[in-house]
Design a protein around this ligand. Sequence first.
Ligand SMILES: [Zn+2]
Length: 135
Amino acid sequence: MLEITNQELFGKVIADALTRVELSVTDARTKSRWINAISKAAVEIEENGVFMTWQEDDQSLLIWSQKTNNIYTANGVCQCRAFEQGSACFHRAAARLVRLYMETAQASSVQTEEIPYLKPTVDRPVERVGGIRIN
Ligand SMILES: [Zn+2]
């Protein structure tokens, strides 16, 4: 089961991925396919994350497709028909999004431990100073 605990961070990863495709892919058809694949991946992770497993050791995402009842393991390659035909598929887009998310989440947790003033202050009550919420 794949659980995205930091929705805000995941949203940033998706936005970055879309921007990167927009800036780096010149072929219009390839670009729109990858943008669709990323959008679908974002929805699938949100709705069907329960049927996905991130495998840390080989950095791949296991996806059980309810539609075809196949299990796909995606990192740079995939076993689905779209990949066979050389097309973008949401499995690979999802694997990439999850990998980037995991890397960013790890990097930010290390940073939080090392810099005390960046630690979350969840145990503190919400305070307002001049109408501005602090903490
Ligand atoms: Zn695929």
